[in-house]
Design a protein around this ligand. Structure first.
Ligand code: NI
Length: 172
């Protein structure tokens, strides 16, 4: 298990435009494994490399319906429709807020074997996670979409199980 510390909003690594992965070598494979462990331990629906302090365009996502996905150099190639969604982020602990996301999102990327993949997500958690994580590798946090900090809703941890409460809202 390689659980890495997650950078919190205010950390400059979250604000860089991350670099393209040129070669999916052993160090990238190790980073992906550690990101998966870190995402699952948090727990969260996704994690992007800048959240663990690495300026690379690498993302992991895991949803109940779509399973585990590793995306290298992902790009949104098409996005349409709008919906309002409650969102949280492992790098903004303790809060959630409503944001506008696209209903349909098409992404192209490489998988961890370097094979080209194309994903189309419609009206589901994957669509939201794809946009959220690709924002991360561009240095964008969901809180950037808010008009004011007043829109942030504190997540009240339950008395007996704080982690479970966090899990429901910490998208990525
Ligand atoms: Ni996030």
């Amino acid at each position: 298990m390689g659980i890495l510390p997650i950078r919190i909003a205010g950390d400059p690594s979250l604000r860089e435009k991350a670099k393209r992965v040129r070669t999916i070598d052993a160090s990238v494979q190790k980073l992906i494994d550690d990101m998966i462990d870190t995402m699952r331990a948090a727990p969260g629906v996704g994690l992007a490399a800048p959240q663990v302090g690495r300026s690379l365009r690498a993302v992991v996502i895991e949803t109940p319906d779509d399973g585990l996905l590793t995306l290298i150099n992902p790009e949104v190639v098409k996005a349409s429709g709008e919906r309002r969604l409650m969102e949280g982020c492992l790098s903004v602990p303790g809060y959630q807020a409503e944001v506008t996301r696209h209903r349909q999102v098409t992404v192209k990327a490489l998988d961890r074997d370097g094979k080209e993949i194309r994903l189309k997500a419609v009206d589901n958690l994957l669509a939201q996670a794809l946009e959220h994580e690709i924002d991360h590798i561009n240095g964008i946090l969901y809180i950037d979409y808010l008009q004011s900090a007043d829109e942030l809703i504190p997540v009240r941890p339950s008395v007996d199980d704080e982690e479970e409460t966090e899990a429901e809202v910490s998208l990525a």
